[in-house]
Design a protein around this ligand. Structure first.
Ligand SMILES: [Fe+2]
Ligand SMILES: [Fe+2]
Length: 419
């Protein structure tokens, strides 16, 4: 069987069936060979060959049983850089207090909306290139991801609200972008560096590239998938990783891992490699949680998405089995039970829009009171911190309202105040 393997993961005893280059562009006399000398791996790295096809049947069977040896040190930087995952031990750092936003959500909203729209277009182009087997343009994706990270750093609530308010777009395109926003936002509250956030953003944008190789009738099937269809569907995660290798994208190795492993679960029930516990890197866990959350809360052609608190309840039922408890807790604290943009009814029967998550009291976010108990819209909506006894006077959230039940567009309340 032929298997594409990253050059850095090659081991002596593997049979390279194809180096994927014409003879003039690789160091060997022939395109295939049984690896017997570490120098041969080093030569491939020198030539910038990042992945090769390995014939598993012709390889020494023991190479699949033993852990990989240390890869040969490349003499110069190679296009795919191997870096240690930013969080090698997948235990999240103690939660830092939420960084103070650099600017008000109403001010950031305009910039964030442009970035969101631009990145959505890039997401469409990215998936279209994959579908047509064309070269992926890394530049625009990196640029957009950097802008997402900068926007989240200024005020994370703007993109979080946009994500919620604009999920009426086609799920296929919004999903990658929304997972990216959720992951960057969570990473920010965990205190990841800007570089780590950018890597996380890129990995999450690429996490479902493999779905472009799943036939449409399976991908969009409304009913239950058959066992065969499910097997094809599951294969998308491995495919996402393969596409990154095939395309020779100049990305950190963790981007590949996020793509390949975003459906792994800590009890080993995930796929494609049935990784367990701490073998799943922290950034992959953030992507996995963001992925499930977005899938559960998004409206699809054939069903309505769940309310955020219901989705989190469902995810919580997998705490300790599918998801590492500490990562899950941090994710919930970051996203909040009532994310920005949620419309809620208070126990006073007043209607409010959530503006910001209060990480110390998830059931008491910062809200704008927008309508009285009779449904009369206030001309001057009042900002109230439900966690503050003096401001809220014990007011509590009674229930979440859908957009239809609310009867107004909550996006209006994120616009800059008129002078
Ligand atoms: Fe996926
Ligand atoms: Fe996904």
């Amino acid at each position: 069987m032929l298997k594409m393997i990253s050059t850095q993961d090659l081991r002596l005893g593997m049979y390279v069936a194809d180096v994927g280059r014409s003879w003039i562009n690789h160091p060997w006399k022939s395109k295939h060979k049984l690896l017997t000398d570490q120098e041969e791996i080093r030569e491939l790295l020198e030539f910038g060959i990042n992945s090769v096809m390995v014939d598993t049947d012709k390889s020494n069977p023991e190479v699949w049983l033993t852990p990989p040896a240390q890869p040969a040190e490349p003499p110069k930087p190679t296009p795919v850089r191997t870096i240690a995952p930013p969080r090698p031990a997948p235990k999240p750092a103690p939660l830092k207090s939420t960084p103070e936003p650099v600017c008000q959500v109403e001010i950031e909203m305009a910039r964030a909306a442009k970035t969101y729209a631009k990145t959505l277009d890039t997401s469409k182009a990215l998936l279209a290139a994959c579908r047509m087997n064309k070269k992926i343009e890394l530049g625009p994706v990196t640029e957009n991801v950097n802008e997402l990270v900068e926007s989240v750093s200024r005020n994370r609530d703007a993109l979080m609200a946009l994500m919620k308010l604009r999920n009426f777009d086609d799920y296929t395109y919004t999903h990658c972008l929304n997972v990216s926003v959720l992951a960057i936002s969570t990473g920010k509250s965990l205190g990841l560096s800007q570089d780590e956030l950018k890597t996380l953003g890129l990995g999450t944008m690429f996490h479902d590239l493999g779905k472009t190789r799943v036939p449409g009738h399976i991908l969009n099937k409304a009913g239950k998938l058959s066992d065969d269809e499910f097997a094809i569907m599951r294969n998308h995660a491995a495919m996402s990783g393969d596409i990154i290798l095939e395309q020779h994208l100049e990305v950190d190795e963790i981007v590949y891992k996020i793509a390949r492993h975003h459906h792994e679960r800590i009890d080993g029930s995930g796929y494609p490699d049935h990784l367990k516990g701490e073998d799943i890197p922290g950034l992959v866990s953030i992507c996995a949680l963001s992925d499930v959350y977005d899938a559960l809360t998004s409206d699809r052609v054939y069903h309505k998405g769940r309310a955020p608190h219901e989705a989190l309840k469902f995810i919580y039922s997998m705490r300790g089995s599918h998801f590492q408890p500490e990562w899950l807790d941090r994710f919930v604290q970051s996203v909040g039970i009532y994310p920005p943009g949620t419309v809620v009814a208070l126990d006073s029967d007043q209607i409010a829009v959530v503006m910001d998550v209060n990480q110390a009291a998830l059931n008491a976010p910062l809200v704008k009171l927008v309508a009285d108990p009779a449904g009369q819209i206030y001309s001057r909506p009042k900002l109230v911190d439900l966690a503050s006894a003096s401001e809220a006077g014990g007011l509590k959230i009674k229930k979440v309202l859908s957009r239809d039940e609310a009867g107004f567009d909550p996006a209006y309340y994120f616009n800059p105040p008129k002078e």
